[in-house]
Design a protein around this ligand. Sequence first.
Ligand SMILES: CC(C)(COP(=O)(O)OP(=O)(O)OC[C@H]1O[C@@H](n2cnc3c(N)ncnc32)[C@H](O)[C@@H]1OP(=O)(O)O)[C@@H](O)C(=O)NCCC(=O)NCCS
Length: 294
Amino acid sequence: MYTVNILQDSTAANYERFTFPAFRYVLQNIEIEKSVIAIAASDLDKPLGLVLAGIHQDDQLAQVHSIFVEATHRSAGIGTALLTRLETEVGKRGCTKIEMIYTTSKPTTPALERLLYKCNWTTPKTRMLLCKGSVQTVLEATWIHKYSRLPSAYNIFPWVEITAQERQTIQKQQETQAWIPEDLIPFQYENNLEPLNSLGLRYQGQVVGWVINHRLTSDTIRYTCSFVRKDLQKMGRIISLYAEAAKRQYEANILNGIWTVPIEHESMVNFVKKRWFPYLNSVDETRGTGKLLN
Ligand SMILES: CC(C)(COP(=O)(O)OP(=O)(O)OC[C@H]1O[C@@H](n2cnc3c(N)ncnc32)[C@H](O)[C@@H]1OP(=O)(O)O)[C@@H](O)C(=O)NCCC(=O)NCCS
């Protein structure tokens, strides 16, 4: 047997292992966190499951951060009970919709999608490809060597060395020509970037491309944002940037890379499927789903 309750006091800390490390501090401060709701399933004092969500009052939106049920108690309706109670509670707090983004990397993804279906959430839509691989394997790809040498009009530089003038030029060009998709503008990703292999590409003295990366763990770097000006894309200049970035992290003994490709960037998606696929450890998806609340 189990009961489902809102967590409102210090017992919330007993559920830390049921959410991602990034949200554990929330459980420690649940008494004062007004923008978060935690609902737990337990058998007497024994924690069995947790759903955690953020509430954005201004948008009347609830965002599920995580849902987790103890492995030994799965497929017994606990996940459904947690999500159903969450919907009711966020509805009482003024939310008119609830959303969730998750990755398909877990063995229990089919169970999660079944649960969402049972609760009448929208059919999940792919948002991004999530690629993981070892840089050594990627560097062994024969076709990548073709792009390792750039003509002399190009030069790759550490992104941290971009000049104030170059920044200004990019911004001005963007205002008049909007040549960079909004989500690939590099400046928004500079916080805590990995200096080792975040790189820029100059062509005839102009900055025309970049790969901005972040260290996730001691052995893994995320390739967060990469772009090369449209007229140069067909020449595969972005591969030269990836190859150089991969080489630099390999030489520093940081052996794993992870990167996402938004599904709307069709050419990149095709590129991953056609070229990278055999050299990656896994290609998963992030998916988004939601529900309107009455
Ligand atoms: C996803 C998760 C929360 C589901 O919890 P749960 O308590 O098992 O959920 P429920 O029992 O309410 O519903 C699961 C449904 O999926 C079904 N199911 C289980 N395994 C399945 C599979 N491999 N394929 C299809 N359906 C499956 C169950 O039979 C059940 O459906 P039913 O009620 O029609 O029989 C749980 O598996 C979990 O904690 N996974 C790990 C964490 C995770 O991945 N969280 C999501 C991202 S944060």
